[in-house]
Design a protein around this ligand. Structure first.
Ligand code: PEP
Ligand code: MN
Length: 332
């Protein structure tokens, strides 16, 4: 960060400011020019409030010269991070497919679906027990019972489980869940992010409906700054003026996130498009764009699904998508 001081700043004022920066743990490089003084701030400036600085009498301008996300930044960690979900690795060349229903609905549904996705080659089981629905009158998930059924499905298949957590209070219920998903609607639920940062659990952090990549990375930073490095980023489509698809799949986000960050990147073509017919081509697009994993909704009987029925694949359709995924992987 660079702070340019006004030409009328006195030596005493400058010394006081330098002392304050040093108390914040920063090193200060002072360069006195003919007309003004420039302070170069070296160190972790993420806690410095630029608006507050800008308001000081002696400051002309403040410019960040490095991104505010430090721990998630590839410049600070050039190698890819590999996140281990119950023995399944994602990132650094390790590819995974997490598949399963939008919501856990009953024992038969989740066990049948889990077995089918495993047989087709998925390595992780997904399923929502707590559902963030747009309408309060829609199915909200089976809650603790859903978690219990997911654990049963893991016992039946050996697939580690990914499930969405909506508040810090739910953490005890998720103790046995292998990967905690933060849904798009909770991407900036900072209390939740901080609480997850205090655990060591892998966190699948989904991009908010209208969040920029920088905002997504700052949310990852919330988790990482509390001490949890096991964060996976997820592109799941963003809100645009297009209505043919449920959201607009931002494929460039995958490559851009890989450029900006060392964290693994997952693509979710199900929520990105909302359409069964688009899951295969968008899965392939995600893979050639560098995705480290895919999250795909599969239901043993999508017609009867209690949520997201239009986008869930049948087990047979999922087999076809897995074949296409293998083909795409063979050409990268
Ligand atoms: C989900 O994965 O079922 C889900 C609700 O996803 P998103 O938060 O991306 O909408
Ligand atoms: Mn869903």
């Amino acid at each position: 960060m660079i702070a340019v001081l006004k030409s009328n700043a006195t030596k005493q004022q400058i010394d006081n400011l330098v002392e304050w920066f040093e108390k914040q743990g920063l090193r200060v490089n002072e360069s006195k020019g003919e007309y003004c003084t420039v302070l170069g701030l070296i160190g972790d400036t993420t806690r410095i409030d630029t608006d507050l600085l800008q308001g000081l009498d002696i400051i002309e301008s403040v410019t960040r010269i490095s991104e505010p996300f430090k721990k998630a930044n590839r410049k600070f960690h050039p190698e890819d991070t590999i996140v281990d979900i119950g023995g399944v690795k994602i990132g650094g060349g390790n590819f995974a497919v997490m598949a399963g229903p939008c919501s856990v609905e009953n024992e038969e549904q989740i066990i049948e679906t889990a077995k089918a996705v495993k047989a087709a080659g998925a390595t992780l089981l997904r399923g929502g027990a707590y559902k963030p629905r747009t309408s309060p009158y829609d199915f909200q998930g089976l809650h603790e019972e859903g978690i219990r059924l997911l654990i049963k499905a893991r016992e039946a298949t050996g697939l580690p489980i990914v499930s969405e957590i909506m508040s810090p209070e739910q953490l005890p219920v998720f103790e046995e869940i292998d990967c905690l998903q933060v849904g798009a609607r909770n991407m900036q639920n900072f209390d939740l992010l901080k609480a997850l940062g205090k655990t060591k659990k892998p966190v699948l952090l989904k991009r908010g409906l209208s969040a920029t990549l920088k905002e997504l990375l700052m949310s990852a930073e919330y988790i990482m700054s509390e001490g949890n490095p096991n964060v996976i980023l997820c592109e799941r489509g963003i809100r645009t003026y297009e209505t043919y698809t449920r959201n607009t799949f931002d494929v460039s986000a995958i490559a851009a996130l890989k450029e900006l960050s060392h964290l693994p990147v997952v693509a979710d073509p199900s929520h990105a498009t909302g359409k069964v017919s688009l899951i295969k081509p968008m899965s392939m697009a995600a893979i050639v764009s560098g995705a480290d994993a895919l999250e795909i909704e599969v239901h043993n009987c999508p017609k009867k699904a209690l949520s997201d029925a239009a986008q869930q694949l049948t087990p047979d359709q999922f087999v076809g998508v897995m074949e296409a995924i293998d083909k795409a992987r063979s050409i990268i």
